[in-house]
Design a protein around this ligand. Structure first.
Ligand code: SF4
Length: 366
């Protein structure tokens, strides 16, 4: 059997946040039945194609899965356990404040981790982001979720308009009363988002990049003080609460993704479900397959591993790709050697002072 993670993309949301470039559409209750059947068909497709799969973690993300009535989520999860051998240590579902109606019931399906989209606790910042909840509904959601789950994560975003150092520090302090895991993402402004237009038309001021680096390090130190460990550039967890599902992505282990825009990695293949015409097509018409070369896989391994605090396992790299990283990427290694450090004899990682410059370093490996 091969252990694989399973990601399910539920694309429905009650509105569009101004920074969001995930695939999401308004919830259309009439389409829900059709959508659920389609997700189940994809699960069936993957179970037929890869019958050797043992599911090691499940992540239901989106979108906002928590606005979909429980009945549909239950139907999907039941089909997963009918078709796959499930040995899932971690089963996460994403929820949004104000949209937590079935939080308690999820545990009946085996869910043992909740990820709450907080982004900020400051009402002014939330308003500027087009979020549809406020500080009170976030605190209420955190209190409710904590009644039923020990393993709770929340997302915060750094770089939002109206945000400053104090706001970020207060947010971290407050959420730390409830959560074992904090993801602190830098705001990325993608084309097609409202923020992209705001930036282009200078409608709103965004915090300066230099300021954000400073706030990131203050936030990192605050989280260390509060007992969180950083294990990936944007992810902090209490001991033993690191996300197993996300660690699987960074370790370049295999996973199956279903739902519009979801991606799978199986052996040397990347399979992508198109979000275009998702609601009309047959799976074979919207699933594309890319076969990766050994060098492409090696590049991905380097880039994904170096985002983490575990770093790149040089022995494992050489065993997998038949060459050392120095033999495979001699120029990139020579140019960037000063940014790296070796630790535990066989691990390579980016030095802390360059940790946020990783995208510049990665360009040499592409
Ligand atoms: S709730 Fe999440 S997925 Fe939906 S629009 Fe906002 S950020 Fe995007």
């Amino acid at each position: 059997m091969t252990d694989r993670g399973l990601y399910i993309h539920i694309p429905f949301c009650s509105g569009k946040c101004y920074y969001c470039d995930f695939f999401s559409v308004a919830l259309d209750t009439e389409k829900l039945d059709f959508f659920t059947k389609k997700i189940i068909k994809e699960i069936e497709y993957f179970s037929n194609q890869y019958p050797d799969t043992r599911i090691s973690s499940i992540y239901i993300g989106g979108g906002t899965p928590s606005i979909v009535p429980y009945l549909y989520i239950e139907r999907i999860v039941k089909r997963i356990s009918d078709l796959f051998l499930v040995n899932s240590e971690e089963f996460t579902i994403e929820v949004n404040p104000g949209e937590i109606e079935w939080v308690k019931e999820y545990s009946n399906l085996g869910v043992n981790r909740i990820s709450l989209g907080v982004q900020s606790l400051n009402n002014n910042v939330l308003l500027k982001c087009g979020r549809r909840h406020n500080r009170d509904s976030i605190i209420y959601a955190l209190q409710e979720i904590s009644k039923y789950y020990d393993n709770v994560s929340c997302d915060l975003i750094l770089g939002l308009p109206g945000q400053n150092e104090n706001i970020v520090m207060n947010d971290i302090n407050e959420v730390s009363n409830y959560v074992k895991h904090i993801s602190l993402y830098f705001l990325k402004i993608g084309e097609g988002t409202k923020f992209y237009d705001f930036l282009k038309n200078k409608t709103i001021d965004f915090p300066e990049d230099d300021n954000l680096v400073e706030i990131y390090y203050l936030a990192k130190n605050k989280m260390l003080e509060l007992g969180y460990i950083r294990y990936e550039v944007s992810n902090f967890a209490k001991e033993n609460f690191q996300s197993k599902h996300n660690t699987l992505y960074w370790s370049r282990k295999e996973y199956i993704g279903v739902g519009p825009s979801a991606c799978s990695l199986i052996g040397n293949k990347r399979l992508q479900i198109s979000k275009l015409n998702y609601f009309n097509d047959k799976i074979t018409e919207y699933l594309t397959e890319e076969v990766l070369t050994l060098e492409e896989m090696a590049k991905e391994t380097v880039i994904l591993s170096l985002r983490t605090d575990y770093g790149l396992d040089l022995n494992r790299f050489e065993k997998t790709y038949g060459k050392s990283i120095f033999q495979m990427f001699p120029e990139a290694m020579e140019k960037n050697l000063k940014f790296f450090e070796f630790f535990n004899r066989n691990f390579l990682k980016i030095r802390e002072e360059y940790f946020l410059s990783q995208n510049i370093i990665f360009e040499d490996f592409l």
